[in-house]
Design a binder for this molecule. Structure first.
Ligand code: ATP
Ligand code: MG
Length: 522
């Protein structure tokens, strides 16, 4: 059997990995100068955390999450599957009675396990334990009353009972529902609350980097395991200067990485005072043009009308252009906040485009939202998304006054864009290929390799002896800058032969001269 990486995930190999390291290292440096510190987070959390923060109705949570039940009750799982697969005929009374016994024995075991706290003690689980015996009781009552007189009625009740029992068994949870994280803001906020970070002085400024998981349709710039570099500011202030500084930090990073053609789009999507009224207004207008919209947008009229503004469908563009705009429906506070964000960006000399259609796919955003696009990415051209999420800390059970703002860079896309623009990997480069011939030369070569590496040179030392031609051929193919050769002659004379592979020029040098020579060519 030949194994392959799973659809939508990929390996990042050298020399690309060098560019990844450079991007991540640069982010650490720049973010550090803005007073941000790294937080390392788990890659899985309770599904409930994501559902609550990102939103139950978002694609990310409802369709794209990788989730599983975390437990070690394998035996329970097996008994449940067996009970789930049992089929019974309505006239098979003995079979039915045996099934009832088996299910009730199983439920008794579940109940004990529930009491011992081995399975999650949720109200749902408790309800199921109570419900199953009730279904059987009801079933038996029906049987006693109807079995002779109305067989067809009995048949129906029988089927209903079986389905009821199986559904209940199926929804019993043996363990916590965990999910691979589709993004990290929820985890940052969870950690902030869990560790009581609101008591820390000033704003809490954190950054993270790592893989995220979404079961999307894979294409260029869209993967099922992708990477994000993100940062968050949490604290009691929602001053627009914070928004602007977070964006300044981002733009500084992109500039340092020489990302060309990045465009910053900004918008304000209001808050809980003004957005609900706008959403209703939008919904009402969308109802009027319902028939002209595609299936996705039609569905979103009910679930999330703001997302219709995000439509990329050609035929919907003219319709969207005529919809009411959030900018004209902001409350005074949101309008003032947005105006000040723009002034603060101007103070920092940051150019932006206002984009009234910019809404984000996650429920927790409010007021300032922004997105940065970059060239060379086709339709997946957003390299970074972010915004304010002032209510999120409270929503997840933290202190009500806490405000938040952050962003997430799509590292894969950032790197694709850099590569398209020719800002590819810097050659790591092998400085020295150390060819040795004979046992005594190997001893000398091991020592020399150690001293060269200690001085920072990249050295390749063959592990076994090779023929001269083969060894120097390998040095060529590895694109070494120099071959340093040690054989009997060199040992006798206390020198090495150094050959510059670009032009073949060679000379014999003592060790101090060798170091000098290599440093000069650095
Ligand atoms: P998009 O509109 O492109 O789907 P998004 O709004 O879902 O992006 P966010 O959840 O805001 O994205 O995540 C921030 C950034 O993470 C995006 O701008 C993008 O660069 C990157 N990103 C999101 N999903 C993926 C993915 N499946 N593969 C690669 N990068 C992604
Ligand atoms: Mg998306």
């Amino acid at each position: 059997m030949k194994f392959q990486a799973i659809k939508g995930v990929r390996d990042i190999l050298p020399p690309d990995s060098a560019l990844w390291n450079r991007v991540e290292q640069t982010a650490r440096e720049i973010f550090g100068t803005f007073g941000f510190a790294e937080v390392r987070l788990p890659i899985f959390e309770q599904v409930e955390l994501f559902a609550r923060s990102i939103g139950e109705d978002t694609d990310v949570v409802s369709k794209e999450m990788y989730s599983f039940e975390d437990h070690d009750l394998l035996e329970f799982e097996q008994v449940r599957s067996a009970l789930m697969m049992t089929s019974l005929a309505a006239d098979d009374l003995l079979g039915f009675q045996a099934y009832e016994r088996n299910v009730l024995t199983f439920v008794a075991k579940l109940s004990e396990s529930f009491k011992r706290g081995e399975v999650p003690r949720t109200p749902e689980n408790e309800k199921i334990i109570r419900r199953i015996p009730e279904i059987f009781e009801q079933m038996n009552r029906t049987r006693r009353t109807h079995i002779e007189s109305q067989f067809s009625f009995y048949e129906e009740a029988f089927a209903g009972c079986l389905t009821g029992v199986k559904t209940a068994l199926q929804s019993y949870r043996f363990g916590d529902r965990l999910g691979l994280r589709p993004e990290a803001t929820a985890s940052v906020v969870r950690a902030y609350i869990e560790h009581g970070m609101q008591t820390l002085p000033g704003n809490v400024k954190l950054y993270y980097m790592g893989p995220m998981f979404r079961r999307e349709r894979p294409q260029k710039g869209r993967y099922r395991q992708f990477y994000q570099i993100g940062a968050e500011v949490l604290g009691t202030s929602d001053a627009p200067g914070i928004d602007a500084e977070v964006i300044e930090m981002l733009m500084t990073l992109f500039e340092r990485l020489k990302l060309k053609g990045a465009i910053l789009n900004i918008n304000s999507i209001g808050d809980k005072n003004c957005r609900p009224a706008y959403v209703e207004k939008l919904r009402a207008e969308l109802q009027k043009v319902r028939e002209q919209l595609g299936a996705d947008s039609q569905r979103r009229i009910e679930t999330n009308p703001l997302r219709v503004l995000d439509s990329k469908l050609e035929h919907e563009q003219a319709i969207v252009a005529k919809l009411p705009r959030i900018g004209e429906n902001l409350c005074d506070e949101c309008r003032a906040h947005y105006a000040e964000v723009k002034r603060q960006l101007d103070l920092r000399g940051i150019q932006y485009q206002e984009n009234w259609r910019l809404v984000r796919g996650l429920d927790y955003y409010m007021r300032t939202t922004f997105e940065i696009t970059a060239p060379g990415l086709g339709s997946q051209n957003a390299v970074c998304g972010g915004g304010r999420y002032d209510g999120l800390v409270e929503l997840l059970g933290g202190p009500a006054a806490t405000k938040g703002i952050g962003f997430a860079i799509g590292t894969d896309r950032l790197i694709l864009s850099l590569q398209e623009a020719g800002e590819g990997a810097t050659q790591t480069g092998l400085d020295v290929y150390l060819a040795w011939f004979g046992a005594a030369a190997q001893t000398a070569a091991i020592g020399l390799a150690k001293r060269l590496r200690g001085a920072g040179f990249v050295v390749e030392l063959p592990a076994v002896e090779m023929k001269f031609g083969k060894s120097l051929g390998l040095a060529d193919r590895l694109k070494a800058r120099h071959a340093v050769i040690i054989g009997d002659d060199e040992l006798a004379a206390g020198v090495v032969t150094v050959k510059r592979l670009a032009d073949g020029s060679q000379q014999k040098l003592g060790e101090p001269q060798l170091f000098e020579y290599l440093r000069a060519g650095f």
